[in-house]
Design a protein around this ligand. Structure first.
Ligand SMILES: [Zn+2]
Length: 475
């Protein structure tokens, strides 16, 4: 009954719609405030677990347990990944999805301190702030769930627990599984040192494994019987480095050598290269793959070995959405600036000092709206692949000091203390408020969808993904 009455009010009184929207958003923010202790605890737990791609067993478990305790229908281990899950609540349209990541980066273990000092030497750390990412998104999903339960909103909310962003691109497997098929609009955010409605794209990227096979022989007694896989690999890296001069400035190529023989007195029979290629579009990346394939063929011919190039996974470039970003911008303005106390500003300045940056402290207000961001900065995300499946909105919130290096220890440090917690809660509120817009305002949803269709321009999304299951560790 309440729902019908509310629907009539929406139809009849334009002014009442705004007032209702405002009060629903206020309830969403109050929900985040009520959850703040639990969200901080979740974030800190995931920060301390610091589990890398597809190993996020404890991290996924605490987030999924929280969702279940809050009344969501949780499905664990989706899309062939034990650490992926979905949490669903509500019925009918619209279906709004929100993504949460929780994987850490190898080797970045760090205490929540202003001095570079690992928690555990050589262990992983949250150098991209994904401990905050998962907790904030889940907090927003829970706020929306409560509003659906109380009848203030109608529709379905799905939290996507998306593992393995830093490597593997877990979301691609979740897309392939059809998990995003009924979603109308998806949201994500990312920890940053700015507060921003993200209108920029991101780089398309592929992960490639190149393997050479040669012939072993004694390196001094009968080297003429040998064919060195390592020689082929060295020719390959040499040619890739020559190629750098003949690609667009938007291209990034980086690699590590995963195998190059065991001892110098045996001619290496096996050699392996792990190569990532990036450009501002997936077309650009496809062209690069073709050029590297030729290099591998040439290196194999030159050395009498065989070479194989396999695209393991990758991501598309992000289809950003200006109509959706405008909603986000308005919600940043509605929420007002972030607040940091003197102790937090001092902490930020110490981190800046330790990394040779200007001691500017923290950003607290949203960047001006940028509807013409140009070429993407370096970096890729599998959120972009979701953006080719459903219209996707993304925001950035300050969880680390201005200009400190990313994928580095200061991000881990700030993400494990109150600076990161405040960023996480602010992100949760921004996301929840934007989701309220998406449930209530059908015109906004239609505008977002129309822009997305136009951007996609009829192009077919064909993910960079090898056939078969996700590459689980130890398999
Ligand atoms: Zn990240």
């Amino acid at each position: 009954m309440k729902k019908i009455y509310f629907g009539l009010a929406l139809l009849m009184f334009g002014g009442a719609v705004l007032a209702d929207m405002e009060s629903i958003k206020t309830q969403a923010v109050e929900s985040i405030d009520r959850q703040s202790g639990q969200l901080i605890e979740l974030s800190d737990q995931v920060w301390a677990f610091a589990e890398t791609a597809l190993q996020e067993h404890q991290s996924a478990a605490v987030l999924a347990d929280y969702a279940e305790a809050q009344g969501f229908a949780v499905t664990r281990g989706v899309a062939g990944m034990p650490t992926a899950f979905t949490a669903r609540y509500g019925a009918g349209k619209p279906v709004i999805g929100i993504m949460g990541e929780y994987d850490a980066l190898p080797g970045l273990s760090q205490q929540a301190s202003v001095v570079k000092s690992p928690l555990e030497e050589g262990a992983a750390g949250h150098g991209c702030g994904h401990n905050l990412f998962g907790a904030a998104s889940l907090g927003a999903a829970v706020a929306i769930k409560q509003l659906i339960a109380s009848g203030s909103l109608q529709g379905t909310v799905i939290f996507f627990g998306t593992p393995a962003e830093e490597s593997v691109s877990g979301k691609n497997y979740m897309i392939r599984e059809g998990l995003f098929d009924d979603v109308d609009v998806a949201l994500a955010w990312h920890p940053d040192y700015v507060i921003k409605a993200d209108t920029a794209s991101s780089q398309a990227m592929v992960e490639i494994r190149i393997q050479f096979e040669g012939q072993a022989a004694h390196a001094a007694y009968d080297p003429w019987n040998g064919r060195s896989a390592l020689d082929a690999l060295e020719l390959t890296t040499f040619a890739i480095n020559q190629l750098r001069e003949h690609v667009k400035p938007s291209v990034r190529m980086h690699y590590t050598i995963t195998g190059g023989g065991d001892v110098p007195n045996v001619i290496p029979e096996h050699a392996g290269l792990w190569l990532w290629l990036r450009d501002s579009s997936h077309d650009g990346v496809n062209e690069l793959i073709g050029r590297v394939r030729k290099i591998v063929e040439g290196a194999a011919i030159a050395t009498g070995t065989t070479g194989e190039l396999n695209v393991i996974t990758g991501t598309y470039e992000m289809l950003s959405n200006i109509a959706g970003a405008r909603l986000i911008q308005r919600n940043f303005e509605w929420l007002g600036p972030m607040q940091f106390d003197q102790g937090e500003i001092d902490f930020a300045r110490e981190l800046q000092k330790a990394t040779g940056k200007e001691q500017l402290g923290m950003n607290t207000t949203a960047e001006p709206f940028d509807d013409n961001p140009g070429e993407p900065e370096g970096g890729s995300t599998d959120v972009a692949d979701v953006s080719w499946k459903v219209p996707t909105l993304q925001l950035l919130v300050a969880t680390a000091p201005i200009a400190t290096p990313w994928h580095a220890w200061p991000v881990v440090a700030a993400g494990g203390m109150s600076i990161g917690h405040k960023g996480m809660l602010y992100a949760a509120k921004s996301l929840a408020a934007t989701m309220v817009d998406l449930y209530v305002d059908a015109d906004a949803r239609a505008a977002i969808h129309a822009e997305w269709l136009e951007d996609k321009g009829g192009r077919v999304y064909k993910p960079f993904l090898a056939d078969g299951p996700p590459p689980l560790p130890g398999q």
